[in-house]
Design a protein around this ligand. Structure first.
Ligand SMILES: Nc1nc2c(ncn2[C@@H]2O[C@H](COP(=O)(O)OP(=O)(O)OP(=O)(O)O)[C@@H](O)[C@H]2O)c(=O)[nH]1
Ligand SMILES: [Mg+2]
Length: 443
């Protein structure tokens, strides 16, 4: 991503560093090269012009010229201005309004709408939502099947569209059906066209008016550079976009679209697609992107990914155990310790889809101090007891209470909670359970 641009900018900075103290002339020379590099990366010329003017105004100021590390100061300014150009703050998906909500994906043929629909479903599920994939492409043969297959692979429900139906009718029916499928967020995968045409815009606009989605995302291929920016303007005029997803950023996209699309359209990039797989979607953080462009790396995104990977593995292990009915009190305790490391239990509980409504969950006492007691109780059990709670009879309960400095009632309560969790776990279907185990380790 941005390799070329990064290389060029770094060689400019290297030159600047070589000067020691900088003169206005040095800075102008450097900025001329920065300008060339940005234009070669296919950034919009008007955007580049303004950006360079902004950087220059700050870079020829006293602090920089008189600083002992002027080149570093210039890099810092470039970093800040690039960040501002891309929107400063991360912009999240808009999911306000009445349930079920809808996110509508629009874009040209092959831009990555269907792939992104799958990725977004995964993203939504990670955030405690229950996505419902809705195929609205009734023109291209096999488009509906493509989304159905994707849904199956991800264990996400897909509305059973048929090519004979009108897309508006499909979307309305899907919304009516969503609650009975246990879903709260529709992801509408619309049809693409080769070019922006009025027929397409009319159809998209009809869908938008009928469904009033909380977010409309343009899916744009980053490799098409300035074309993506122009296309975004056309879509925005017709649909008033909520944001943009730039796909194929893993390819040899030169970066121009990511740099200029916000400045030109006023609409933020909300996500970037970085691969064909369903987990290859990243939230777009302007500051991290600027650091990436300047070759400073993006530790934060990396760390987030690593954490994601670890949780995925833990969730998968846990799921396996639950399936085989091997989720022991020992696992219960270990998960609890993990959760305590992650922060407040009450905050974490809020992440479970439907936790507020679940009577069973409300019955579980989640007082933070209680966790310490629970840990002590489980530690006082023998390994055999931890592995099979059914053998913990009256006299064992007395012994455990004494060993952990608690009361027999506390031991009873823990065992009751634990068996309730077991029961509840068994009730969850595959998708639900995975989301739940990922979101909320002990329960
Ligand atoms: N490398 C890479 N490939 C992607 C990305 N997103 C989508 N693709 C690929 O782009 C191609 C088109 O993706 P689709 O999701 O089918 O595109 P679409 O917009 O739904 O296409 P139509 O339904 O025909 O309009 C597929 O081969 C995807 O695997 C991405 O972020 N990176
Ligand atoms: Mg498609």
């Amino acid at each position: 991503m941005f390799d070329n641009l990064s290389d060029k900018l770094n060689s400019v900075f290297k030159k600047l560093k070589g000067h020691g103290k900088l003169s206005e002339k040095n800075i102008d020379e450097g900025l001329r090269e920065v300008r060339m590099a940005l234009l070669e990366a296919d950034a919009h010329y008007r955007v580049v012009k303004q950006l360079i003017a902004d950087i220059r105004a700050r870079a020829i100021g006293q602090e920089v010229l008189e600083s002992l590390t002027p080149a570093q100061q210039v890099i810092k300014i470039v970093n800040e201005e690039l960040t501002a150009l891309m929107g400063s703050e991360k912009e999240a998906l808009n999911l306000s309004g009445a349930m079920p909500q809808a996110v509508m994906l629009v874009g040209l043929q092959g831009s990555g709408k269907t792939t992104t629909a799958g990725k977004l479903a995964v993203h939504l599920r990670k955030n405690g939502k229950k996505p419902y994939l809705v195929p609205l492409d009734v023109y291209r043969p096999a488009a509906i099947d493509q989304l159905k297959k994707l849904g199956e692979q991800l264990s996400v429900p897909v509305f059973d569209s048929s090519p004979e139906m009108d897309p508006v009718e499909i979307a309305q029916k899907a919304r009516q059906k969503a609650p009975s499928e246990g879903c709260d967020t529709l992801v509408l995968d619309t049809a693409g066209r080769l070019h922006v045409d009025s027929e397409l815009m009319n159809e998209l606009s009809r869908i938008q008016k009928a469904i009033e989605p909380s977010d409309v995302l343009l899916i744009a291929d980053a490799m098409t550079g300035q074309d993506a920016v122009n296309m975004a303007e056309s879509f925005d005029q017709a649909l008033d976009l909520g944001g943009i997803v730039l796909t194929k950023m893993d390819g040899d996209a030169r970066g121009g679209a990511a740099l200029s699309i916000k400045a030109v359209t006023g609409k933020p990039v909300k996500f970037i697609g970085v691969g064909e797989k369903t987990n290859a979607l990243e939230e777009f953080h302007p500051d991290r992107m600027a650091s990436r462009i300047l070759g400073m790396g993006d530790m934060l995104s990396f760390i987030e990914k690593a954490q994601d990977a670890v949780d995925e593995k833990k969730a998968a292990d846990l799921e396996k155990k639950l399936r085989k009915n091997q989720f022991t009190l020992e696992d219960f305790r270990d998960q609890m310790t993990q959760v305590r490391k992650m922060g407040s239990l009450n905050d974490l509980i809020k992440m479970i889809p439907g936790a507020n409504k679940s009577k069973q969950l409300n019955k579980l006492d989640v007082d933070e101090r209680e966790l310490v007691r629970i840990e002590a109780i489980i530690n006082s059990m023998t390994p055999a007891e931890r592995r099979n709670h059914n053998i913990v009879n009256g006299s064992r309960r007395k012994r455990i209470a004494k060993g952990s400095g608690t009361k027999v009632q506390d031991v009873n309560k823990l065992l009751k909670n634990y068996s309730q969790v077991l029961k509840m776990m068994k009730k969850f279907n595959k998708g639900g359970m995975r989301a739940m185990t990922r979101n909320m380790m002990p329960f």
